[in-house]
Design a protein around this ligand. Structure first.
Ligand code: PHE
Length: 456
């Protein structure tokens, strides 16, 4: 494997935007608000912030260290650093397979966002009654062709960006889209906070209800923060391999973790106040952004005709773009692996991935309609893949990555890479602390979530 002429991200800004683009996605805008709603508001948010800063951010930096040290994609990185021990080759293969599984169904949700974006451009929400609007989501996912075409469009767009390469595809795309995403979510949040009755939503997000602090909440908070920071999927290892030696992994890591955290909180403040202003339930589950929110757009359209149409368009555009920047990072893990191991061109590799993942995603999409009766352990294909990849693979792979960095990688290599060969003095001081967290605290915490998820 030749690592000398590996492409790199061109600047510090590019590194941060690419990694933030991977982190900020459906996890922030779709999952986080509805989990906050289900888990009881403010107390969950507080635990989430602590989990992100104390465990997930260190793990994020560790994945970047593994990637940059090896200059290889997730499949080969640990194998190469462990002096080619077979076990780590197996772990590497899991790290290629799991993002591709996530991508297959992630793209289906991305497709729903495309469909709702089209609906908002056609002013569907303002021209139909609220009751009708809240049935649109059920109608879309249970039909056959519409969601499949939308999913293939989403997957195709992802493949095009990845096929253009690290610098001219991924870097250029994220440098433009991530700042725009922040602008969009802030715009929606300001609007939402001005709605009459929105203060109940703000109170909900800020209230501290100690009774919602259970082991289950803790496990959910940590699991969600892993998902949101794209951990355990090989994406940060792979992106890490494109970071130049002179970049500071501490400051970039913290900046990405804080941006991701901020985006999730902004999204919650954009969504919950509107939900409360409309007098609706916060715990609507996964349908929150595709059912509850369109319902709100429809009810608002009589009082605020034009602005509610504009907000609806910006909202679904934001979801589409956020999902796309993450799906690009997921596909890159597979593309880098194929290119590294076979020497095939990027274009060919992405075409192959498009065909395979497009097909698996199509089956996931059909699991809401014609294939609804095909179930394993009481779950349709989509639910099964979501559950398996985010509750099992992601947690297990994160555990293995921490064990690798803490116990199998030489401590000197770990701290040397973290400080860019001694270039950054603060990193030199923090490196040993980071190493202790990764060696002891992080594996214990992850193991605890894993157990909690299965027993409780
Ligand atoms: N972090 C992304 C999100 O919040 C999802 C993701 C997970 C992306 C794992 C890449 C790897 O939506």
């Amino acid at each position: 494997m030749n690592t000398d002429n590996r492409e790199n991200f061109g600047s510090r800004f590019a590194v941060i935007m690419a990694m933030a683009g991977s982190a900020i996605g459906l996890g922030n805008i779709w999952r986080f608000p509805y989990i906050v709603g289900e888990m009881g508001g403010g107390a969950f948010v507080l635990i989430y912030v602590l989990a992100t800063l104390l465990i997930s951010a260190p793990l994020f930096m560790t994945e970047a260290i593994i990637g940059r040290r090896s200059k290889l994609s997730a499949a080969n990185a640990m194998y190469a650093l462990s002096k080619r021990k077979k076990f780590w080759k197996g772990v590497g293969l899991v790290l290629v397979a799991s993002p591709l599984i996530i991508l297959s169904y992630y793209s289906v949700v991305g497709g729903w966002a495309v469909d709702f974006l089209i609906k908002s451009l056609n002013f569907t929400f303002s021209s139909e009654t609220p009751d009708h609007v809240s049935t649109l989501f059920g109608g879309l996912i249970s039909s056959t062709w519409r969601p499949i075409i939308a999913h293939l469009f989403f997957m195709g767009t992802t493949a095009v960006v990845v096929s253009m390469g690290v610098k001219s595809g991924i870097e250029k795309f994220n440098k433009f889209t991530v700042p725009v995403l922040f602008g969009m979510i802030i715009f929606i949040m300001i609007y939402s906070l001005f709605l009459p009755g929105s203060d109940a939503g703000v109170k909900y997000l800020l209230k501290f209800d100690a009774s919602s602090l259970t082991p289950k909440t803790l496990a959910y908070a940590l699991g969600q923060s892993f998902y949101s920071l794209s951990l355990g999927m090989g994406t940060i290892i792979t992106y890490g391999s494109y970071i130049r030696k002179q970049e500071n992994l501490l400051t970039s890591g913290i900046t990405v973790a804080v941006s991701d955290l901020m985006f999730a909180i902004l999204a919650a403040f954009a969504i919950m106040p509107a939900v409360f202003a409309a007098g609706l339930e916060p715990g609507a589950g996964p349908g929150l952004i595709f059912q509850t929110i369109p319902y709100i757009f429809s009810t608002m359209s009589t009082e605020l005709p034009v602005i509610s149409d504009i907000i609806a368009i910006v909202f679904f555009l934001a979801i589409f773009v956020a999902a796309l920047t993450s799906s690009v990072s997921l596909m890159e893990v597979g593309a880098a692996y194929i290119v590294e191991n076979t020497g095939m061109s990027r274009k060919k590799a992405t075409t192959i991935l498009f065909v395979i993942l497009g097909t698996i995603g199509t089956l996931c999409s059909l699991s809401f309609g014609p294939l609804a009766d095909f179930q394993i352990a009481g779950k349709g294909l989509f639910d099964l893949m979501d559950w398996f990849s985010s509750n099992v693979v992601l947690i297990l792979a994160s555990l293995l990555a921490t064990v690798f960095a803490g116990w199998f990688m030489r401590r000197e290599s770990f701290t040397d890479e973290f400080s860019s060969g001694g270039k950054y003095s603060l990193n030199k001081k923090i490196g040993p602390v980071l190493h202790i967290i990764i060696k002891y605290a992080a594996p214990l915490a992850i193991f605890a979530i894993f157990i909690t998820n299965f027993i409780l």
